[in-house]
Design a protein around this ligand. Structure first.
Ligand code: URA
Length: 263
């Protein structure tokens, strides 16, 4: 084997190592140069003396022990969207928050008749702090524009309001876990109650599961049901439509069904 083969091997090994890191969720560059945390640990000053342990402080309130109850209490205290946004931004019991740059709350017109519920922010949404701003979001905008609806419309009749089940990006865009969905559900329910839309559109499996407990968006899509005492229309997620353009025909049928319902 010559030098060229070694270099090619290194290149493939480096690419495989990078792909592995992206898979594990390390898919964002934060600094220009890597930091060797082992060196930092060696340089860290040693504590001068071990302090005596502090007297035991009873910390575990019932809500801290039960994150769903804590979320429900925080959501119920929120009487406006501003309150709710602040309550979610200061909710520390979901580990996803630790890896996120922004709490992605919502976008669009809160007076809209249509509320679109997605899954969770991706990389672009996490960076910008707004839902559905990446490629899938651009497709979502085009889809709803085709039936005269827009997140930028000041007129409630032609507006949409957009939010997600989770306000923080799961690492590496992995699927949200049922415990994460259950923890954030009280906020989602409060969010929908405060916006009080005429209809809810769930895009993708996560939001279908969160609001109905059902699975299988491709079977459920296009069939109206009820959730939170509102008409609910399941649709394929725009990210799925980007990967499967032939499914756009059914999405178009779903959009027409929504348009008919709004008339
Ligand atoms: N996918 C979602 O479900 N939500 C977003 O905000 C972006 C992508």
């Amino acid at each position: 084997m010559g030098i060229a083969a070694d270099i090619a091997d290194d290149w493939h090994a480096a690419l495989a190592a990078l792909a592995w890191q992206v898979e594990a969720g390390a898919d964002e560059t934060i600094l220009d140069a890597p930091v060797n945390r082992y060196d930092l640990a060696a340089e860290a000053p040693k504590p001068l003396a071990q302090k005596a342990p502090a007297a035991a402080v009873p910390q575990a309130s019932t809500t801290a022990a039960d994150p769903v109850a804590a979320a429900r209490a925080a959501a119920e205290r929120s009487t406006t969207l501003e309150d709710l946004s602040a309550a979610m931004a200061s909710f520390d019991l979901c580990d996803l928050k630790k890896g996120a740059r922004n709490t992605v709350f919502a976008d669009g017109n809160p007076k809209a008749r249509v509320l679109i519920l997605g899954e969770a922010p991706g990389a672009e949404e996490d960076r910008e702090g707004r839902p559905f701003v990446g490629r899938a979001g651009q497709l979502l905008d085009r889809m709803f524009a085709a039936i005269g609806l827009s997140r930028t419309s000041p007129d409630a009749r032609s507006a949409v309001y957009i939010t997600n089940v989770l306000p923080w990006r799961p690492p590496g865009n992995r699927d949200p876990e049922p415990a994460e969905i259950a923890m954030m559900l009280p906020f989602v329910e409060r969010h929908i109650a405060l916006v009080d839309p005429q209809v809810i559109v769930v895009v993708g499996n996560t939001s279908l599961f969160a609001l109905t407990g059902g699975k299988g968006i491709l079977r459920a899509r296009g069939t109206w049901s009820q959730a939170l005492r509102k008409p609910l229309l399941p649709m394929a997620h725009p990210a799925y439509l980007l990967r499967n353009p032939s499914a756009k025909r059914e999405a178009w049928a779903d959009l027409l069904s929504l348009q008919a319902r709004l008339r």
